[in-house]
Ligand binder design. Structure first.
Ligand code: HEM
Length: 226
């Protein structure tokens, strides 16, 4: 196919498809990273799950502290939806996993600190970049997150959809499949030209890289002894 034809095909492909396809390979890498495989394989102690949950807390704080100021933004605003907010759920999970004093002991890994800083930077300076981070986390949590919840409940005995796994439970989203369809429509209508859409895709890849780096550092803290 010559370049003009390819560009025309790309212009006609819904943005939600472009971003999914562009991140597909990195998604597979994330799923099959050794930390995730070990976690989902039931091979790691609950402490590893707690440490991972703690890292998520730093990332979601960055995502959600910015939510109010972005609510009226022409690009990021439509994505800000209260039913997605996860910080309160993560805090409940962490109190359960780590005990009442968890907050004072929570420390971000270097990769987590870099990830959260980039989210905060996008939120402040580049709302379209924030959309990339929003998509990478929330659409993932609504999808594969449910697999992780099921595995965590079985491996460490958390009450079904209870403390420890509340992060994965979206109480106010009764139909995740319909919600994801609506989310993809928001992506397809995003207030950005083709160049900016390409930049969003690039930032999404960066978001996957950040997640991969967090997994690598977690893997370093919890190597398999076997
Ligand atoms: C072992 C870990 C994971 C599993 C089992 C998993 C599984 C899945 C599954 C089954 C879907 C398909 C949903 C659908 O077609 O509607 C999905 C979608 C998605 N996942 Fe994951 N995932 C994992 C890790 C991750 C990570 C680490 C990220 C990034 C932080 C991520 C981000 C996404 C995104 C953004 C989507 C939505 C793709 C789209 O439809 O546009 N996932 N995941």
């Amino acid at each position: 196919m010559d370049a003009t034809v390819t560009a025309a095909a790309t212009a006609q492909t819904p943005f939600s498809t472009l971003i999914r396809v562009a991140s597909h390979e990195q998604h597979t890498e994330a799923e099959t990273s050794s930390f995730m495989s070990d976690l989902l394989g039931g091979k790691l102690p609950v402490d590893a799950y707690a440490r991972y949950t703690e890292q998520l807390w730093f990332v979601y704080r960055a995502l959600e502290e910015a939510a109010e100021s972005l609510a009226d933004d022409p690009v990021a605003g439509p994505f800000i939806q209260p039913e997605l907010m996860r910080t309160a759920e993560l805090e409940r999970d962490l109190a359960h996993l780590r005990g009442a004093g968890w907050r004072a002991r929570a420390v971000p890994l270097p990769a987590t600190a870099a990830y959260a800083a980039r989210v905060a930077e996008c939120a402040r300076d580049w709302p379209a970049g924030y959309v990339a981070h929003h998509y990478t986390r929330y659409l993932g949590d609504l999808s594969g997150g449910q697999i992780i919840r099921d595995k965590a409940e079985r491996t460490w005995g958390f009450e079904r959809k209870g403390d420890g796994v509340r992060f994965y439970v979206f109480e106010d989203i009764s139909n995740p499949a319909a919600f994801k369809r609506g989310y993809r429509e928001l992506l397809d209508r995003v207030n950005a030209d083709d160049l900016e859409k390409q930049r969003i895709i690039d930032e999404c890849k960066r978001a996957f890289d950040f997640n991969g780096a967090v997994f690598r550092e977690l893997g370093g803290e919890f190597p398999l002894s076997a």
